[in-house]
Design a protein around this ligand. Structure first.
Ligand code: AHR
Length: 680
């Protein structure tokens, strides 16, 4: 697969691309004269290196692929306020044991006063008696995870038409109703709406399963209305209305610098009316109507603004708040001027909710919602992918937001969604103001991504900093495969070498429910079903790169880099473009003063081992023993799945013979971090 055409693969430069290009071409030409020479990497330890931002690696999230509902947000009842479909109580079914007779229907006649609960589920129990129950069952998000020795908190609102109580039993049972895993008396429903809460505890000896359902049933005749039926398993840090433990642990393990939320398309909405209306996501669940999402399903908004912030806090990360900026996905725009002002005001209030103290109006609201301490906020993004706005109104819209936010919060760094060098960035330009950062998005085939891994080596150093707000190599579904992980790693070496201009980056999308119908966007980082979860090879690459990241990026020059052949895809109705040679090895090096370590990251995307000579120049000495953390597999298409979650994971081993100069063989299809310890 590989040939040995040569290319200088340099670390970042402060020269502009035009000035640098002739040097690069000259160097490439000279080096191709030594086609079979060994690959060498020279790291200059005599220079201080360039500081690496603490936010270089973060996470991007939105409600896509059942990321929250049916994913991270631990709620187990699907369609809990009966608004997922106007006509049918989807995901609910009638339970009718022998000789019981009943029916169910949606009913909008009895909203729960003072709440957002407008549609309820009516159970007409015509015939029911001891041993002949009737009821309603919810099938959850592709099942309800039943685990041994676990306490679940179930709650629901219920009412009856008049006097004469209807006792309700709540149970967790197998899908066919034959096995009951946990049961409790929900209460005697009698008269007006009331909330009922029970704990359901499973036994120690049950086998975990998701072939299960939640049932609310009665053995008495009568009519009962239900609303906001909820079921929570234990959550991360025991937060009420909290997150799923296994997924949180995977995210915490990534040590993200920040969380970009709430989107993505999900921020914008298909229409202005269905944007992420943060005010409707606050407070008790009975105040949250939910809203139609942009990825073909309705969002419960259980993951509301405060939950996003607490999730960020639980990861030790900082929030990157994206505010709605007057453009919705289907093309609606609010022009700059008086019409846009309410949206600007809403963004100012949102910022106040996040970072205002308790003496501010919205800081006080946050305190009432349970979080008196302000969150640390440094970054606000104005909109998302506004390059899609065909009316090209972003310049004016951005300016209005920019001026209002900077006037009140001069310390905040503002992010523009145009002016980048990605496809969307140049469709319209922001000329009236200079943003602090520019958000660029890159979704590529793996080899195209490798080909572009040098992109930032030649960027101008005089413009705003770069936020790579969405990016991924996209082979493999529902989660990406090894070749994508190699391409991601190659791209990340480019970020590290150019840490002087790249202040932030986050892969997207983050989460996917792997059940049929769960995925709307192919290629994701972490997959899960109701019971378990796994990280893709790309997930492990992200973890490796963040875990072994120094605080400075070291100058590095790589020479005699072997290449591989890339056949770019033909565009529709066009002949296939000519095949190209792209690098097969990629490098970056960072150092941590505090840990006294150097991290050399090497990606070998080729099918043969690659012996590389590593040459450390400078006053620092390196211990002969170090560590190698390596992720590899035999074939580019290899991957992890829900049934084989750990096929490709990083393996740590001792590395010997290290020093000022040493040779190291990098396995085929591998990503390796060499950890070198400094000695004085
Ligand atoms: O990451 C998936 C989608 O890709 C995001 O919602 C959007 O911003 C981009 O087009």
């Amino acid at each position: 697969m590989s040939s040995h055409a040569k290319l200088v693969h340099s670390c970042h430069t402060r020269l502009t691309s035009r000035r640098y290009l002739p040097l690069l071409v000259l160097a490439s030409t000279l080096i191709s004269a030594f086609a079979s020479a060994q690959t060498t990497v020279k790291i200059d330890l005599s220079k201080p290196g360039i500081p690496v931002s603490s936010t270089l690696y973060g996470l991007m999230t939105e409600e896509i692929n059942y990321s929250y509902d049916g994913g991270l947000y631990a709620e187990l009842v699907r369609n809990r306020i009966f608004r997922d479909d106007e006509k049918t109580a989807v995901h609910w079914s009638l339970v009718q044991d022998a000789d019981g007779t009943a029916s169910i229907a949606l009913d909008t006649r009895y909203p729960v006063a003072g709440t957002a609960l407008t549609t309820s589920l009516r159970l007409d129990a015509a015939q029911a008696s001891t041993g002949h129950r009737v009821g309603v069952a919810n099938d959850g998000y592709w099942g309800i995870p039943i685990k041994p020795d676990t306490s679940y908190r179930a709650s629901f609102y219920a009412r009856t038409a008049g006097a004469g109580g209807v006792p309700i039993t709540v149970s967790l049972e197998g899908s066919d109703g034959k096995t009951v895993y946990a049961q409790a008396i929900g209460g005697e429903i009698n008269g007006e709406w009331k909330q009922y809460t029970v704990t359901l505890k499973t036994g120690t000896n049950i086998k975990p399963t998701a072939a299960s359902r939640l049932v609310l049933s009665t053995e008495s005749p009568g009519t009962v209305w239900f609303n906001l039926v909820s079921l929570f398993p234990p959550t991360y840090k025991d937060r009420p209305n909290g997150n799923r433990i296994d997924l949180m642990q995977k995210l915490v393990d990534m040590k993200p610098g920040f969380l970009r939320f709430p989107g993505g398309n999900y921020l914008e909405g298909d229409t202005v009316a269905t944007r992420f209306k943060w005010k409707e996501t606050l407070g008790p669940l009975n105040q949250r109507p939910g809203h139609p999402g942009t990825w073909k399903y309705r969002s419960s908004d259980g993951m509301g603004l405060l939950e996003f912030l607490e999730w960020t806090e639980d990861m030790g990360a900082e929030p990157v708040l994206a505010v709605f900026a007057g453009y919705a996905l289907k093309g609606e725009t609010i022009p700059a001027g008086p019409a846009l002002q309410p949206f600007v005001d809403e963004a100012l209030e949102e910022i106040e909710y996040v970072m205002g103290d308790v003496n501010t109006r919205w800081g006080a609201q946050r305190a009432r919602d349970g979080h008196p301490a302000p969150f640390k906020l440094r970054y606000v993004e104005i909109g998302n992918e506004d390059g899609f706005d065909k009316q090209k109104t972003y310049d004016g819209r951005y300016t209005q937001f920019h001026d209002a936010i900077k006037a009140r919060y001069p310390q905040l760094k503002l992010i523009s969604t145009v002016n980048g060098k990605d496809d969307l960035g140049q469709r319209q330009l922001l000329t009236s103001r200079v943003p602090d950062l520019i958000d660029e998005h890159y979704y590529y085939d793996p080899l195209a991504m490798m080909n572009d891994a040098k992109r930032y080596d030649t960027y101008s150093r005089s413009g705003p900093k770069i936020f790579i707000g969405e990016w991924a190599a996209r082979e493999g579904a529902p989660t990406t495969n090894l070749i994508s992980a190699l391409a991601d790693a190659a791209w990340m070496t480019g970020m590290e070498r150019n840490a002087d201009i790249i202040e932030m980056s986050c892969y997207a999308p983050l989460l996917v429910n792997v059940n049929p119908g769960g995925m709307q966007w192919r290629s994701n980082l972490i997959g899960y079903d109701a019971q378990t979860s796994y990280g893709s090879p790309s997930y492990h690459v992200q973890k490796m790169f963040q875990t072994y990241l120094g605080d400075v990026s070291l100058p590095l020059v790589a020479e005699n880099i072997p290449t591989q052949t890339w056949q770019p895809k033909a565009k529709k109705d066009q002949p296939a473009p000519a095949a190209r040679q792209v690098p097969g090895l990629f490098f970056s090096a960072t150092a941590s003063e505090q840990r006294g370590e150097i991290y050399l990251k090497v990606v070998n995307a080729i099918d043969t081992p690659q012996m590389v000579k590593i040459d450390l120049a400078g006053p620092i000495r390196v211990a002969p023993q170090g560590k190698a953390i390596s992720l590899r597999s035999d074939a580019p298409g290899d991957t992890n799945t829900i049934d084989a979650p750990d096929r490709i994971v990083p393996v740590s081993s001792a590395a010997h013979g290290l020093g000022a100069q040493f040779n190291y063989s990098f396995a085929p299809y591998s990503v390796t971090v060499l950890v070198l310890s400094r000695t004085r």
